[in-house]
Design a protein around this ligand. Structure first.
Ligand SMILES: *Cc1c(COP(=O)(O)O)cnc(C)c1O
Length: 415
């Protein structure tokens, strides 16, 4: 059977692992080792030549194991499995989503370059862009999630650094309101500003939708980023990240990772492999549960409005983007409760089954108040522009029985 033809979920238990190399163990062991023994000095020399790019790989030659900051079987197998969902050449895994994001930005941006990024973006990313990249002389310019192509081009040109555009960085859907950004449109812009000797890289943070409900490379993205802490890890027990892309771009990222030393540990990689076996099952269930919860909230008299990908107005621009690039409606539901912070807090404090916590994508349902928690660092005026008001509550829907989740929400409204 050609394993590339099987569905990714069929390959998550075995792909890339050879039991005969590990005493026949059905599962990939945790290779808890810092270094690897070479068969002889010639082999050590050959591995280093490849690791440092001193010569091209020979036909049928395989890169060997050297040292766990450079490579480790748990990381390599996990990376191979992750490439299957997004159909990417290669993948690099990191000890956190922020490590994946910061390493990617550092690998492709130099002093004088321009970074165009969508607003709002994850708080940690926002901070890294505004306060770290600028310290190294990178010019930055944001655009709003709902901006048109023309207005984005105007933003780039008026920045005064249009010629130096090196990367477009987007997060879609935007957290916490599920606002969608057109990936294909961003790809067109990246092509327009690319030249023969400089490609503008389009990077998409796909944490909210991936790797099941959106494959940004199909719309022209060069790099796809994940906080694997969320759906990929999926059990709220691990912090991790991943980047996927073509071999050339990934070589640059893996090179930077080697020197920053922020690769995942073998233990984290092993936990993520275990998580991947149930990824599709979990995400299918979370999507079905989220639909039930969102539909329940839509007509509830304590709810002013919902922010959910299954409730986009027919014929709207957002619905058109959804049709083009989303494969599912996701597991995140936000809504405006009638009232303000007081009512939102009363609701959150009364929840029993749903836990009051930030983060998302885990097996258990979580609820939080973006304005005072995940998005507290954002300027209040800016926050309101993106509908992050005191009324807004965000729910990450888990795998519990949907009736129990809805019953918990009902009793919290009544309380
Ligand atoms: C959580 C998150 C991150 C950061 O990931 P960590 O694993 O916490 O470092 C980045 N982007 C998005 C969209 C996230 O939700």
């Amino acid at each position: 059977m050609n394993s590339k033809k099987l569905h990714p979920e069929s390959l998550m238990m075995s792909y890339g692992y050879k039991p005969e190399l590990s005493e026949g163990a059905i599962k990939c062991p945790i290779f808890q080792t810092s270094t690897f023994v070479f068969k002889n000095a010639q082999e050590g020399k050959a591995f280093f030549e490849l690791a440092y790019g001193l010569r091209d790989k020979g036909e049928n030659e395989e890169m060997g194991l050297i040292y766990s900051r450079l490579n480790n079987p748990d990381l390599e197998i996990l990376e191979q499995r992750l490439t299957l969902w997004d159909k990417a050449d290669d993948c690099a895994v990191f000890e956190s989503g922020m490590a994946a994001i910061s390493t990617t930005l550092l690998a492709f941006l130099s002093p004088g370059d321009l970074l165009l990024y969508s607003n709002p973006t994850y708080g940690g990313t926002d901070h890294f862009i505004k306060h770290v990249l600028t310290k190294f002389g990178v010019h930055i310019v944001p655009f709003d999630a709902n901006a048109s192509k023309e207005s984005i081009q105007k933003t780039i040109n008026e920045s005064g650094h249009g010629d130096a555009l090196a990367m477009i960085y987007i997060e879609t859907p935007a957290n916490p309101t599920n606002a969608l950004i057109d990936i294909e449109m961003c790809h067109e812009i990246s092509k327009e500003y690319s030249t023969d000797d400089k490609k503008v890289i389009l990077t998409v943070d796909n944490t909210y939708m991936g790797p099941i409900w959106q494959h940004p490379m199909d719309q022209g993205a060069d790099l796809v980023l994940y906080s694997a802490t969320k759906y990929i890890g999926g059990h709220s027990d691990v912090i991790a990240g991943a980047v996927l892309g073509n071999s050339t771009d990934m070589a640059a990222i893996k090179g930077m990772r080697t020197f920053l030393g922020n690769q995942t540990s073998p233990n984290t990689a092993w936990l993520l492999m275990r998580s991947l076996e149930t990824l599709k099952l979990r995400m299918d269930k979370q999507e079905a549960n989220a639909k039930a919860v969102a539909d329940f909230l839509l007509n509830h008299d304590k709810v002013e409005r919902t922010y959910y990908l299954g409730h986009l107005a027919e014929g709207s621009a957002q619905a058109a983007i959804f049709k083009k690039q989303c494969l599912g409606t996701g597991g995140m539901v936000s809504f405006d409760i009638k009232g303000g912070e007081k009512e939102a807090f009363q609701f959150l404090n009364a929840l029993k089954l749903i836990k009051l916590a930030v983060s998302l994508g885990g097996t258990e349902s979580l609820a939080e108040h973006p304005a005072s928690m995940t998005h507290a660092g954002i300027d209040p005026e800016e926050r309101l522009k993106h509908s992050v008001s005191d009324q807004l509550v965000r729910i990450s829907v888990g795998v519990e029985h949907p009736d129990d989740i809805i019953a918990d929400i009902t009793q919290a409204f009544n309380a």
